[in-house]
Design a binder for this molecule. Structure first.
Ligand code: ZN
Length: 243
């Protein structure tokens, strides 16, 4: 689904778990111009083919997976990055001067993934091994004409990031905050105090579209500055005392 000019939202609507993916189209120079934020599961716990589904709905928008040049992961949990390697292989098969899509992650998350995350994934019967090609740091990231700010927002995991586009007031939050809920902090690497600080920080931004990593029973994308503000207020009242 196209949300804004070059921003597409792929909302997971299956019965089992998977993340939502977001795509910034036609922004990189060269033969692979698209940027995907979170690739999601390959296959989830209910054996739903999440990645195949993503490829299919992107295709309906005219987005070919082989034209993705960069995968940004909000964090390293398998439901956000298990399909990274499969996607990289699709881009590699296209060939060309740039050999394949690159993968980017916050450095704290990469270290966490090596120390704990891979073990955690294995415990859950998952394997989401990949090596980031470069690290994302707090600060500006220009994707062609699109200016993003990378915000280090730990709490759900040590190197979780949110992506903010000030020009159209879009905020992609990964598993930091959802519609009426927050990311879990009971996994290894989770920290309630840090999550609170991260949410507090995000609540200071001017946001017209809040794009979370998962749906809740209340919904997925929160549209409209007033509704976004209401959501932050709800979280502060109902979740902060328990974090
Ligand atoms: Zn997560």
């Amino acid at each position: 689904m196209r949300l804004l000019d070059n921003l597409y939202c792929y909302i997971w609507t299956g019965r089992g778990n998977n993340c939502h993916s977001y795509l910034v189209a036609h922004v990189l120079d060269g033969e692979r111009p698209h940027v995907l934020i979170d690739s999601g599961h390959l296959v989830n716990e209910l054996r739903e083919s999440c990645f195949e589904h993503l490829l299919g709905i992107m295709k309906k928008d005219g987005i070919e997976a082989q034209d993705i040049g960069l995968i940004i992961n909000t964090h390293s949990h398998p439901d956000h990055c298990e399909a990274n390697q499969a996607l990289v292989e699709i881009t590699r098969a296209k060939g060309g001067r740039a050999k394949r899509a690159l993968i980017a992650l916050h450095q704290d998350e990469a270290e966490y993934q090596r120390a704990v995350g891979n073990w955690l994934a294995k415990m859950m019967g998952r394997e989401a091994k990949f090596e980031p090609d470069f690290y994302l740091q707090e600060g500006k990231l220009s994707l062609g004409q699109v200016n993003l700010e990378i915000l280090h927002t730990p709490g759900h995991s040590p190197g979780s990031i949110s992506l903010y586009c000030p020009d159209n007031q879009v905020l992609i939050t990964g598993d930091v905050i959802f519609f009426g809920a927050v990311g879990r902090t009971d996994f290894p690497g989770g920290d309630g105090r840090l999550l609170k600080e991260s949410i507090e920080r995000l609540s200071q931004l001017d946001v017209e579209h809040l794009l979370p990593g998962h749906s809740t029973e209340l919904g997925h994308i929160i549209r409209g500055a007033d509704r976004v503000k209401q959501n932050f207020a709800f979280i502060k009242t109902n979740y902060f005392p328990f974090l």
